[in-house]
Design a protein around this ligand. Sequence first.
Ligand code: KG4
Ligand code: ZN
Length: 387
Amino acid sequence: MKILAIDTSCDETSVAVTDSRRVLSNAIYSQILIHKKWGGVVPSLAKRAHEERIDLVINESLRKVNLDPVSNSFPPVLATTARRRDPFLFATQINKFDFIAVTQGPGLAVALEVGINKAKELAEKYNKKLISVNHLEGHIYSPFVQNSRGNPNREFNFPYLALIISGGHTEFVIFKDHLKYEVIGRTLDDAAGEALDKAAKLLGLGYPGGEVIEKLAGEAGNSDFHKFPRPMLKSDDLNFSFSGLKTSFYYFLKKNNLVIPLKRGIQLNGSPIRSGMTKESKYNLRQLASSFQEAVFDTIIKKTEKAIKQTGIDRLVVGGGVIANLYLRKLFRNLVKKHNGEVLFPPYKYLAGDNAAMIGVVASYKAEKGMFIKKVDDLDRIPRMQF
Ligand code: KG4
Ligand code: ZN
């Protein structure tokens, strides 16, 4: 079942070609460089960049598919020509798909719109059925996505305790069966990735912050030198709250004279890491990054342990940009070892962050159940979409 899938939920324009659980190609155009200087995603810039790039990313995804031409597929030579957007060849290729899939939400309204409009246009023009997908379902399915050779071959063994940890979401979901979910906990304010991004900003490390914090924390041996507060651990529910941690981090920096007000925001005194930085301040920066990361991750792990105990489910699936973090993966592995359970992560790094491949894979399960959009014109974005 071949699907052309589109995701423009935030700051990545992504288009994938999937065949059931297999990804035949996945093209991502990241807007990070556009938003970096503003310290976060600027909606109007995101919209424009999606609009400017979506056709190119579709072409790139088609071009990357490299299948046997006889079996309903895309010979590379056709695909290369299609990059120049020969309308006939483009149509030939699109016509080989069974369905078009697109992310409906949650995400930035103006960004979602671009992908949805393109998907509608293609569905109407090429007379294809359209499937809408919840972006969060994509993150939940991401550990089951396979490469074109069918690896890894993971069987579904329901129910799972699913955890989505991204820049926009931190949610516990019972993944009961295909397309059946029950949310049992979520963040009441900032998401885990957002907290890391905000801490990185305070430390003058730029945007997004998760990856650079991981690197600095690793250099500090993932130490917990400052022991920042662990939010919500005393509460019995499975909700998170990271804004208090961010505030206490800010006041810690301020009290210790580590921040200096700048015209645009604040910046750690003496950072970002640059030549001329003293050994001592580098050490401080690493300790600060590491201790903040530890507070976030320790909270996630302890809450997950609580969730395992409350639900009795010790098989975990974890998706979302933050699970690109190798140290966090290790913490999860240690946790499930303690409970004789198992944990599945997205098998390839690009599947942790936003991508259209996971959207195409969810869409194939929806197609099996006949869950198509009845009237293409009716499909609209849902920026605050939930399960
Ligand atoms: O899933 P994602 O790409 O987008 C959303 O749907 O939000 O997640 C982006 C988030 C950002 O907050 C980013 O800082 C975080 O994932 N992230 C990481 C790492 N790589 C990306 N966090 C921790 N460690 C990483 N290596
Ligand atoms: Zn996401």
